[in-house]
Design a protein around this ligand. Structure first.
Ligand SMILES: [Zn+2]
Ligand SMILES: [Zn+2]
Ligand SMILES: [Zn+2]
Length: 460
């Protein structure tokens, strides 16, 4: 059969080829002094540019979200079709289900063998990585950093952590048992040596996988993107990662010179230096010596105000987090209200404990439909976010969008439009103008403009 190539096809092909080659040329692997492997820019990259985009080697929807997100396209959906065999995988429609089947077939048998138990996210992801590596059609030749070279950190981790990982490794073996008669031989012949041992594979997965989040930055799954595991951490990074489905996009949030190292943040950066270092050491096995850590940047601002007053807030946090995890919104809001009015002006809004409480009060008010309260709390956080996120950051953009939506709903139209414009300044850089989140934001801005015009014409 002759395939007729239309002009459109040729253009698309050329465009894609150019995009890929330009993108591949934008970053390269190098040895970063003091950090080991890393990635650097091969040419000047401007703020807002896409540096790299990638599909995962393997990914899965997290257990917590398994009933709300399509296991194929990672879209949130009210009603999902359930796989009749494992009763775990769920899809938006039969098209997604059919497309997912080649990847789900083996997994489905494993899931059934474990019922009514379900494997943890990392066990499921590790198994999916094995299936992907065993699938010969799955060529990943362009990878900058093959899985075989990924660090497992098994030698440097605490005995306690090692034991936890050993338990996961046993669960992985149990999970794969059904398929092992077929897998065992294939694994030795097709998998690199360091990936055959389940403990080492699980260790690699836990320190190299990325959380896949939706537009609102809510966690939806986990995935392994081998080339991007090379990126080192910085508490003030020059790049951020955003997702569209499972597609990961790495974008520059600062201007980057050729030869400069590309960095991302592995953790939430709006916390004290000691807390960031502790988390990075426990989870990723290194001590951060970035500029922010070495200068303890913003620590005194985060701890500003009367110490005995903010200690009360600090001590209350674990209990409040628990209420939040239980979705006990009324009790959460009541406690936050009480504590925040008790400390009053003795603790400024910039104090990190006060900020966390204010954010929780915002969440609780939204859940309870108390829009005026939500807006009041949301507005308090904005000047603080501006100080703590000097570069465009998705968390800051999404917070502005939340406040803008509240203002829009409460018909503070001019304020809403202003807030949405500020959100757009950030999101066009972190997400680009073609991301669904930005499309949604631009539509909200149009609605505001139309409502403002309507209001002024009817008042005339
Ligand atoms: Zn789907
Ligand atoms: Zn299934
Ligand atoms: Zn740091």
């Amino acid at each position: 059969m002759t395939h007729v190539v239309s002009d459109a096809d040729v253009n698309t092909a050329r465009f894609t080829w150019r995009e890929n080659s330009a993108m591949a040329a934008r970053m390269e692997r190098f040895v970063s002094p003091g950090k080991g492997n890393g990635v650097r820019a091969t040419a000047r990259i401007r703020r807002g540019e896409l540096v790299y985009s990638a599909e995962p080697l393997a990914s899965c929807v997290s257990n917590k979200q398994a009933r709300e997100v399509c296991h194929h396209c990672f879209t949130r959906c009210k009603t999902l079709l359930r796989c009749s065999q494992c009763k775990m995988a769920r899809y938006c429609n039969t098209t997604c289900q059919k497309q997912a089947w080649s990847g789900h077939k083996t997994e489905c048998k494993c899931l059934r063998s474990l019922l009514p138990r379900a494997p943890t996210d990392s066990v499921r992801l590790a198994a999916r990585i094995i299936f992907a590596l065993l699938n010969p059609s799955h060529s990943r030749s362009g990878e900058l950093y093959p899985l075989d070279e990924h660090e497992s950190h098994l030698d440097s981790m605490s005995e306690h952590k090692r034991q936890g990982l050993s338990q996961l490794a046993s669960m992985l073996e149990l999970y794969l048992q059904q398929e092992v008669p077929h897998l065992a031989q294939d694994m030795t012949s097709a998998l690199p040596p360091s990936c055959q041992e389940t403990l080492s594979l699980i260790a690699k997965v836990t320190c190299n996988c990325f959380t896949i989040s939706d537009g609102e930055l809510q966690e939806i799954g986990v995935g392994l993107y081998p080339s991007l595991s090379l990126l080192n951490h910085d508490c003030r990074p020059n790049c951020v990662m955003v997702f569209e489905g499972t597609n990961l996009q790495l974008r520059a949030v600062q201007d980057i010179n050729a030869g400069e190292e590309l960095t991302i943040s592995y953790i939430e950066t709006l916390v004290l230096t000691d807390e960031r270092r502790k988390q990075l050491e426990e989870q990723y096995h290194f001590i951060c010596h970035c500029q922010r850590c070495d200068s303890k940047d913003k620590d005194s601002l985060m701890l500003s105000g009367d110490e005995s007053a903010w200690q009360r807030l600090k001590e209350a946090l674990p209990g409040l987090e628990k209420l939040k995890a239980e979705s006990n919104w009324e009790a959460l809001l009541e406690s936050c209200n009480h504590l925040l009015s008790a400390v009053g002006g003795e603790v400024p809004d910039e104090n990190q404990y006060k900020l966390r409480l204010t954010d929780m009060a915002l969440d609780a008010s939204i859940q309870l439909g108390l829009w005026e309260d939500a807006l009041r709390y949301g507005q308090k956080t904005l000047p603080v976010y501006r100080q703590y996120y000097p570069d465009p950051h998705p968390v800051h953009g999404v917070q502005l969008m939340r406040v803008g939506k509240l203002q829009h709903y409460l018909e503070h139209l001019q304020d809403a439009l202003e807030t949405f414009k500020q959100a757009h300044q950030i999101i066009k850089i972190t997400h680009s103008d073609s991301h669904p989140l930005t499309t949604d934001l631009l539509m909200k801005m149009e609605e505001c403009r139309a409502e403002i015009a309507q209001r002024s014409s009817s008042s005339r």
